[in-house]
Design a protein around this ligand. Structure first.
Ligand SMILES: Cc1cc2nc3c(=O)[nH]c(=O)nc-3n(C[C@H](O)[C@H](O)[C@H](O)COP(=O)(O)OP(=O)(O)OC[C@H]3O[C@@H](n4cnc5c(N)ncnc54)[C@H](O)[C@@H]3O)c2cc1C
Length: 439
């Protein structure tokens, strides 16, 4: 009898020795995820802005496989025994979480309209409802560098089958020199098409806006003319170096700092007006991405690499002097997201004396951060100049100098979608998830 009691007790102790630490670890991770979720909710960063996992809570068994699989680190967490989107804004749609889920509880979907934007209707060859007008890359709703490269190539292969007479008219005008536009341009070269690529900024697209030293994860992919891009992990800086090399060595022509302003259809052709010139083309590929054209301040020093127009990952900015410029929800949300990181010194500069168009909830959180002295409000101020280590603000009392590591400008801009709608391109109303699942 005593033997049995001893055996049972020892067994229970052994089981407890394994189970209790496991349970404590699960509880600790769950608490961390919950805290992160609550913190990110304040600035709206819990919600996704593009492709992201949708978790079927009934099917989810809370194993955490998806959390471990995410290469971005902290997009998902397990809360109350279910996988939860914790840092949705950081998700870029790798989809490894869906692959890792043992019960198929995760599907990839697009963010709801309003948080991202609508999705244009495109054919399997990436053509819109306007004949010979194509959309490639993330603008069409599917993210990731590899997808953009494949789509850019595929769209041009379709164009090449329809090429017209050699009469001086461009076979193809490509707008955007991110991965989709560059791949489209290389395919146009390979196919011997008469092409032009217009890029409003510099070569690289959204990659240029990634946080410094961001590790880019991708799959090997064939780049027309150049060959295979073999890496699976590469830093932002090295990837931009590779793009530069590709452009130099292939002789691809990219007209940078040239923005497409207008696109009109006439007599089965397109007339494109840019910030520098006018073009006529038989086919157009819009590889504009989804991030639009931010309005600029137009002050000296704005071209410095420390000036950003979008906050992509608040957690990469810690213990820094930061200036946010603007008075709308995005500026306020960025200021809050940066203020709740460790030991940042955040100033929010707005030219008006009060916020007129900010959601009540954001104003509440802003006041809280101001009260805690985590955000310094510089109302009625205008940025005059940005230098490598400081910014100059003009105030009612004269000029003020602030030490500065980064400037985030959030003063509005255009989304690409208004332009597409004006062109008469059809958009999905609700079919967002259809497209995502077709990826
Ligand atoms: C923070 C972050 C991290 C990411 N990390 C990864 C990762 O690790 N791996 C991965 O595969 N993907 C990642 N992505 C996603 C990836 O960057 C995008 O899916 C990809 O860049 C889309 O390529 P694109 O060519 O369609 O568009 P973009 O790269 O957005 O390029 C569009 C280009 O069009 C130009 N343009 C827009 N309008 C005009 C106009 N009117 N006239 C002229 N030019 C115009 C823009 O200036 C821009 O250069 C990440 C995204 C973000 C935001």
């Amino acid at each position: 009898m005593i033997d049995t009691v001893v055996t049972v007790t020892v067994s229970l102790l052994l089981i407890a020795a394994v189970v209790v630490p496991y349970w404590l670890r699960v509880r600790r991770k769950e608490n961390q995820a919950r805290n992160r979720f609550e913190k990110l909710k304040i600035s709206g960063l819990n919600a996704a802005t593009s492709m992201h996992p949708h978790i079927d809570a009934l099917a989810c068994i809370g194993c955490g496989g998806c959390v471990e699989a995410c290469p971005e680190g902290d997009v998902l967490g397990v809360i109350n025994g279910k996988a939860t989107l914790v840092h949705g804004a950081k998700c870029i749609g790798h989809g490894l979480c869906a692959e890792a889920c043992p019960v198929g509880a995760i599907s990839l979907v697009m963010a709801p309209p309003g948080r991202s934007a609508n999705l244009p209707v495109i054919s399997k060859d990436f053509e819109t409802n306007i004949p010979n007008l194509f959309i490639a890359g993330e603008l069409g709703g599917i993210g990731l560098i590899k997808n953009a490269i494949i789509q850019g190539r595929h769209a041009v292969e379709t164009v090449a089958k329809r090429r017209g007479p050699r009469d001086g008219i461009l076979d193809l005008l490509i707008v955007g020199a991110g991965p989709a536009g560059l791949s489209a341009g290389l395919t146009a070269m390979e196919q011997g098409l008469r092409y032009a690529i217009l890029e409003q900024g510099d070569i690289g697209g959204t990659i240029l806006q990634y946080p410094r030293r961001k590790l880019v994860l991708t799959s090997p992919v064939e780049l027309p003319v150049w060959g295979r891009l073999k890496f699976t992990e590469i830093t932002k800086e090295k990837l931009l170096g590779v793009w530069g090399e590709v452009v130099r060595e292939t002789g691809l022509l990219v007209q940078t700092q040239e923005k497409m302003l207008e696109l009109q259809r006439f007599n089965d052709l397109f007339r494109i007006v840019s910030s520098k010139d006018e073009y006529v083309a038989r086919h157009v590929i819009l590889a504009l991405g989804r991030r639009g054209t931010p309005r600029k301040l137009g002050v000296p020093g704005e071209a410095l690499p420390k000036v950003m127009y979008r906050l992509l990952d608040a957690e990469s900015y810690q213990n820094l002097n930061l200036l946010i410029v603007g008075g709308g929800d995005s500026a306020v949300e960025a200021a809050i997201a940066l203020a709740i990181q460790k030991t940042n010194r955040v100033t929010l500069s707005y030219r008006q004396r009060e916020f007129g168009r900010v959601k009540a909830r954001n104003l509440e959180h802003l006041s809280e951060q101001v009260r805690k002295k985590r955000i310094h409000l510089a109302l009625g101020t205008v940025v005059q100049e940005i230098r490598s280590d400081l910014v100059l603000l003009s105030t009612a009392d004269g000029q003020r100098q602030l030490p500065n590591d980064y400037v985030f400008v959030s003063v509005g801009g255009e989304t690409p979608f208004d332009q597409l709608k004006n062109l008469g391109i059809d958009f999905h109303r609700q079919g967002i998830e259809d497209q995502a699942s077709a990826a």
